[in-house]
Design a protein around this ligand. Structure first.
Ligand SMILES: [Fe+2]
Length: 480
């Protein structure tokens, strides 16, 4: 099956991607419009979703789309909303594809994230042009840290989408991110740029290219790339906070703490920020990098910890969020609350099952304990928690760039505890991949200093400063 229809030619009960859908022609048209905006991360999707609720509540795909929207927040509080939609779906007449969506949603609501991901793969084998299934499956691959399926799910679908279809470019953007997380940086950049040639405001493709440049230590390129097109991604979409985070961490690498904090205050977390975990974790990840750099963040950790405090009282739902909540609590010096969070995760494992329990046991709990140990100055414990899991951190989701916060924490603690051979090996690994890494050279200077090798420390510092100066010049040129 190939997609041949355009977004505006819904015909009866066939949607814009050529799949049969239960509902009136009007319901299909509104669903098509909503999915089009969702695929673009356009904030307009929120208003359209409300219209779907009021104008097309009887169409099963309305409940399907809204349930996915709820679950994609990864907020425990939204799961109940999704469950209501699933309950409604289970009473509706549905066709095969809609029924497969219902099954995937039921699995996710039951805590079987892996099962939901698998069911969406099954669905896509039969209905490869179902771009809602593709997008949600892509998100699930991200939440599960399944970097190969992040790449391959899109690759399996792409041939079914005609080159002329207006959504093909958006699928290329997904492919770009999958390729990047799988380490195919050149292909990823090419796919991302092709996606942007099709849709300059494809914020997911912007994100994919930003990741390529981050992973390759191309901070000048990254700053230029992001600032040249801020009008395409900086506002009006559901992904702007995370893309600002990427620009912010380029600024950190350029030594421009002022610019990074400016971005943080304007775009990442402020008094008007929504309490969406996926956005709050960007705030935690940025402030934690400041902390590891020994840089001042004022009262920002405290404000962020206040936001997380309402979330950590919920039943654990997504371990990746819990670790970032721990970062905020520890950064704010609220160690008692961080200890409570760790204890809560521990006791949750006594009875919990499902995907999050596995992610928590394998990565979330040890990583949270490591963050707490860092706050308590128990450097050996940080190393003991993180060293054994550093190669499987991806099992609790996120991107390489996001998980780097934990790799940096391990390196920092290794130096502080005097485990210099371990620290050196971690630095070697980092600089082998990114020879321009200012953070890497700063850590190298620390290790040489700890070893009493002043000349080598000065040389490492000089190398780091060389890169930092270049990056800072790029930031200045970009008026950051
Ligand atoms: Fe990212």
């Amino acid at each position: 099956m190939t997609i041949t229809m355009t977004t505006n030619t819904s015909n009866g009960t066939i949607d814009q991607h050529g799949n049969r859908m239960t509902g009136t022609a009007d319901a299909v048209a509104l669903y098509d419009q909503t999915l089009d905006r969702l695929l673009r991360y356009d904030v307009a999707v929120l208003g359209l979703a409300e219209r779907l609720m009021t104008e097309a509540a009887d169409a099963p795909m309305t409940s399907v789309l809204l349930a996915y929207l709820s679950l994609s927040s990864t907020d425990a509080a939204d799961v109940a909303v999704a469950r209501d939609f699933v309950a409604a779906l289970q009473t509706m007449p549905t066709n095969e594809r809609e029924s497969m969506h219902t099954t995937a949603l039921a699995a996710w609501c039951d805590g079987d994230w892996v099962g939901a991901s698998k069911r969406l793969d099954d669905l896509l084998q039969v209905y490869p042009t179902d771009l809602l299934a593709l997008m949600v499956g892509h998100q699930l691959d991200f939440f599960l840290g399944d970097n190969l399926n992040l790449r391959d799910r899109v690759g399996r679908t792409l041939p079914s989408i005609e080159a002329s279809h207006p959504h093909r470019g958006l699928v290329l953007g997904m492919q770009a991110f999958g390729l990047e997380e799988a380490g195919s940086y050149h292909q990823a950049e090419q796919a991302g740029l092709a996606a942007l040639a099709a849709n300059a405001d494809d914020v997911w493709a912007v994100h994919a290219v930003a990741h390529v440049m981050e992973m390759q230590g191309r901070v000048e390129d990254g700053i230029r790339f992001m600032t040249d097109r801020t009008s395409d991604w900086g506002s009006g979409n559901l992904f702007s906070v995370h893309n600002w985070w990427h620009l912010g961490i380029y600024c950190l690498e350029a030594g421009r703490h002022d610019a990074a904090l400016g971005i943080y205050d304007r775009e990442i977390h402020h008094s008007g920020s929504s309490s969406v975990p996926l956005e709050m974790l960007d705030a935690s990840a940025m402030l934690w990098r400041f902390r590891l750099d020994g840089a001042e963040t004022g009262g920002r950790f405290d404000a962020l910890a206040d936001s997380w405090a309402t979330k950590v009282a919920d039943e654990p739902w997504y371990a990746f969020n819990d670790v970032h909540a721990a970062m905020a609590l520890v950064g704010a010096g609220r160690l008692a609350e961080a200890r409570t969070l760790v204890a809560r995760l521990d006791s949750y494992l006594d009875t919990a099952g499902g995907t999050n329990a596995s992610m928590t046991a394998e990565v979330g709990l040890p990583a949270s304990r490591a963050i707490l140990a860092h706050g308590e100055g128990r450097w050996a414990d940080v190393v003991a928690e993180l060293a054994p899991i550093r190669r499987r951190l991806h099992h609790f989701g996120g991107s390489h760039a996001q998980r780097d916060a934990l790799q940096r924490t391990l390196l920092d603690a290794s130096i502080r505890v005097g485990d210099l051979p371990r620290a050196q090996s971690l630095i070697n690994e980092r600089l082998a991949l990114r020879p321009t890494s200012v953070f890497g050279w700063v850590q190298q200077e620390r290790v040489h200093t700890a070893n009493g090798n002043g000349a080598a420390a000065a040389a490492a510092r000089a190398t780091g400063m060389l890169h930092l100066d270049r990056f800072a010049t790029a930031a200045k040129k970009a008026a950051l």
